[in-house]
Design a protein around this ligand. Structure first.
Ligand code: SF4
Length: 168
């Protein structure tokens, strides 16, 4: 589920995500920087709920739900991983640029809402870019390479940013 930077967005986003039932928190396994892992553990996440798949990520339960999903909501909403806060935007990297993608409305009603409200779209895009760059800058290079292998189907590109990780 998605983080927002205004109370207006927060209420609207919360309603849309609740009506969807938290589908983006099923089989999500969001990547964690070392910093994010420490923050979540300080807030009560069990270290066993972090697994390794070439990078650190949150574990999913047997039914696929994220270990932080409780009653359809994120238990640590305000501390959640960067890719969760950035949603429904996601990213890829190639040839010295970061590419920002948006999920298709067919898999995310929040994306449809953003496409119809330009101001909300711009606010969430700004937040998503901040979170994604924070993730990139705080993740080890080998871990980032593993994260970039994750397929993100049903998305389309909305923005490109020139980026040199070594100068960030
Ligand atoms: S960390 Fe929170 S928002 Fe992210 S997948 Fe898990 S329950 Fe959902």
């Amino acid at each position: 589920m998605t983080e927002v930077d205004s109370d207006v967005d927060s209420d609207v986003f919360s309603n849309i995500c609740s009506s969807c039932g938290g589908i983006c928190c099923i089989d999500a396994r969001p990547p964690l920087t070392e910093k994010r892992a420490e923050i979540l553990i300080s807030a009560g996440l069990r270290p066993d709920d972090i697994e390794h798949a070439g990078y650190k990520r949150l574990r999913a339960r047997d039914d696929g739900s994220c270990v932080l999903l409780e009653n359809g909501r994120c238990r640590l909403h305000h501390l959640k991983p960067e890719t969760c806060s950035a949603g429904p935007f996601t990213f890829d990297m190639m040839d010295g640029r970061v590419e920002i993608y948006l999920k298709r409305e067919s898999i995310c009603p929040l994306a449809g809402y953003l496409l119809r409200d330009r101001e909300a779209y711009e606010r969430q895009l700004k937040l998503a870019v901040e979170k994604i760059l924070d993730l990139i800058e705080n993740m080890r290079e080998d871990e980032l390479a593993a994260v970039l292998k994750i397929e993100e189907p049903e998305t389309f590109k909305v923005m490109e940013i020139s980026y040199d990780r070594h100068r960030a």
